[in-house]
Design a protein around this ligand. Structure first.
Ligand SMILES: [Zn+2]
Length: 75
């Protein structure tokens, strides 16, 4: 799908809730249709969770190892 670069480019704004309703609808439609972009979205969303957990200093081991696996899989 040629929307991929758009979707990935706006992923952070999407996660931050900084997009207009119209752009959000376009991105979320693309995420539902495109497994690759959804994975990227899922990964970023999970990373944010880790950061949120880190602030409270209680990252669950299972989540940590899952993220470590995802990161080494990405690289
Ligand atoms: Zn895509």
């Amino acid at each position: 799908m040629d929307d991929c670069s758009d979707a990935l480019h706006e992923l952070y704004q999407y996660l931050d809730g900084e997009l207009t309703e119209e752009r959000r609808a376009i991105i979320s439609t693309h995420l539902n249709a495109c497994g690759e972009c959804f994975e990227a979205f899922d990964f970023q969303a999970e990373l944010r969770q880790v950061v949120a957990y880190k602030c409270r200093d209680e990252v669950p081991e299972a989540l940590k190892s899952r993220i470590a696996g995802l990161i080494s899989g990405e690289a």
